[in-house]
Design a protein around this ligand. Structure first.
Ligand code: UDP
Ligand code: MG
Length: 335
């Protein structure tokens, strides 16, 4: 069986040497123990501005396991990953996606492959604890997870984008036509047999996080609005509530007027004008999120363009009938 390890990289020159040697080591061991017959590391350079691509080219020339894919511009982590997955859908029996910074434990790839050999299609890498994250990141992550699940999503707690997917799972995933990618919300929708592998999350090996607060926030909003329309329903409920309250208020005002018991009422008027104005604006904002999404979806722009490709290994397209139907079982050893 042929395993591809997909690694999206954005300005990762500081970590790539170490990442390459550790992943090469894991692949070699997997080969020696005959868990896999072939393997490759697919680096997807997401429009880096540093020496990342130069390094990938160097490794691809010297290390038969390394392949590289260079996107023409910075498209973001999810799209870079998608580019790798589309490649894997045609070339590999299973694909592991992992960040370049070695925060995820490369050793967890071994039990993932073992699960795959037992016929499991999706293996989630789940963090045991978040001690290496800041207090802020830990709690915002928990809040986000609760919010998503309350809104009808089904993401796996403490799982990011470290996972193994069988070929049929990858093929199912890349058949989703949407443009707004939130992979950890999409993977559970594939629905094939799944398992979890727990690991300790480390500090970033070197370099800085490529996800500043602004990017994280926009990722969270994109995530929620890409799979849930419940916020729209809540606005309707809120609107109904407001109508009921205003009917009561109008009745009260008319009654007071007839009884010539008119209050000065300036404060309450001012407060309600602001309150109603504010909530209408908020509602418009949320609706705008969806309208914006539809706008992007109907344009159906391609996710990325591959500029260059290097490396020889894993290039034989294995599109036989079993790969088209995505039969994972055919990759298992015959007992
Ligand atoms: N990444 C990417 N494109 C981007 C931002 C990040 O391909 O625009 C990659 C990055 O190189 C890394 C992974 O996505 O391999 C996760 O990013 P990072 O580790 O910086 O995020 P954090 O762990 O801090 O959330
Ligand atoms: Mg990281």
């Amino acid at each position: 069986m042929n395993l591809a390890i997909i690694v999206p990289c954005y300005n990762e020159e500081e970590v790539l040497p170490e990442t390459t040697s550790r992943l090469t080591d894991v692949l070699n061991r997997l080969q020696q123990t005959e868990l896999i017959s072939e393997g490759c590391i697919l680096y997807v350079d997401d429009g880096s501005r540093d020496r990342t691509w130069t390094l990938i080219e160097q490794y691809a020339a010297g290390n038969p396991l390394v392949r590289g894919l260079k996107l023409s511009r910075n498209e973001g982590h999810q799209r870079a990953l998608w580019a790798g997955l589309e490649w894997a859908a045609a070339h590999a029996d299973a694909a592991v996606s992992i960040d370049a910074d070695l925060q995820d434990d490369v050793e967890a790839i071994v039990p993932m492959v073992e699960y795959f050999r037992k016929g499991i299609d999706v293996v989630y890498g789940v963090r045991k604890e978040r001690a290496s994250d800041t207090f802020f990141k830990r709690n915002t992550a928990l809040l986000f997870y609760r919010l998503v699940n309350a809104l009808g999503g089904q993401i796996v707690y403490n799982h990011a984008d470290f996972r193994l997917l069988s070929r049929r799972a990858v093929q199912a995933l890349v058949s989703f036509p949407e443009r707004n990618l939130f992979l950890r919300g999409l993977v559970p929708l594939v629905g094939y047999p799944s398992a979890m592998v727990w690991y300790d999350r480390h500090e970033r090996f070197a370099g800085q996080s490529k996800y500043p607060l602004k990017k994280m926030l926009s990722f969270a909003i994109d995530g929620i609005t890409s799979f849930s329309t419940r916020p729209l329903r809540y606005i309707t409920y809120l609107g109904l509530l407001f109508v009921l309250i205003s009917i009561a208020t109008i009745t009260y005002a008319l009654f007071s007027y007839i009884n010539r018991d008119v209050m000065p009422g300036w404060t309450s008027l001012l407060v309600s004008v602001w309150f109603v104005g504010g909530s209408v604006l908020l509602a418009c904002g949320i609706i705008g999120e969806y309208v914006g999404k539809m706008y992007k979806e109907v344009k159906r722009r391609p996710h990325y363009f591959v500029e260059k490709e290097v490396g020889e290994r894993c290039s034989n397209t294995r599109m036989n009938s079993s790969s088209l139907t995505g039969d994972n079982a055919s990759n298992l050893p015959s007992e």
